[in-house]
Design a binder for this molecule. Structure first.
Ligand SMILES: [Cu+2]
Length: 255
């Protein structure tokens, strides 16, 4: 008798699994991400990056200042590594530049090219005519486009990093100098070296100020309870990845 009951249960679970997996896969990374740009290679660049993900759609907003004025600046999501920004000390070959390659152990490879038009794949990583030009040293970028599954997974894993490239390290007012780029030996290193970097982390649930917390007693506890229930529901829905991980972490915190 037990087997007779068990079999249909398994069959139902198997039939439902693809659907649940699909919804869990999008739920795992949907949301708003943001990060503050930190300067690399002494660029003095600062700013912010904001990304809203829904399924395979990404809306990206970048505000940055302190860039080499009047020059194009390649910008990418880097994915699949530690989700961190390197320090200038990662100049392992000692040429005075933190190169794009030297930063890769921290922020990973190019996952998306944040171009102004057309292709956004890694193939457009150095499509310099389709990246923003920093008029007056500032870049204000907004675009909505589709991102790959790989990039979605990196956001879910917390390893997506925004990187802006191009730094006038010798202060000449142009990309020049004797050191050539690790990415394209026909370009000066200044044209491709990272100028700023921001790990993109999901805006925390329950941190929305005021308004939402209409509670009689213990507003903080109430908000945390809501967040826990939300994440728990994801885990029940067969969630893989970040949702389930966050759920387990929360359980561990409470233990
Ligand atoms: Cu890059």
């Amino acid at each position: 008798m037990r087997k007779a009951f068990a079999l249909p249960t398994v069959a139902i679970a198997a039939a439902a699994f693809p659907l649940l997996t699909m919804s869990a896969a999008s739920a795992a990374h949907d949301g708003s991400y943001q990060g503050d740009l930190g300067a690399l290679n002494g660029s003095g660049v600062s700013g912010t990056g904001m990304v809203t993900l829904e399924g395979n759609s990404a809306t990206v907003m970048i505000e940055a200042s302190g860039l080499l004025a009047g020059s194009p600046h390649a910008q990418h999501f880097h994915i699949g590594a530690k989700g961190e920004c390197p320090t200038d000390a990662a100049d392992t070959d000692g040429d005075g530049f933190l190169s794009t390659t030297e930063g890769a152990p921290a922020y990973g490879a190019i996952g998306t090219s944040l171009t102004t038009e057309g292709d956004t794949s890694p193939d457009s990583g150095l499509a310099i005519d389709r990246f923003p030009t920093a008029e007056g040293g500032t870049v204000s970028y907004e675009r909505t486009f589709e991102i790959s599954t790989e990039v979605q997974e990196s956001f879910a894993a917390g390893t997506a990093v925004l990187v802006l490239h191009g730094v006038d390290k010798n202060g000449s007012g142009a990309y020049d100098g004797d050191v050539m780029s690790d990415l394209d030996p026909s370009l000066p290193m200044e044209a491709t070296a990272p100028a700023a970097c921001a790990p993109l982390t999901m805006a925390q649930m329950g941190t929305t100020p005021a308004g939402g917390a209409e509670t009689g007693a213990g507003s903080t506890a109430g908000v945390e309870e809501q967040a826990a229930m939300g994440v728990g529901a994801l885990a029940l829905a067969g969630a893989a990845g970040a949702g389930a991980l966050a759920y387990r972490r929360r359980q561990a915190d409470q233990a």
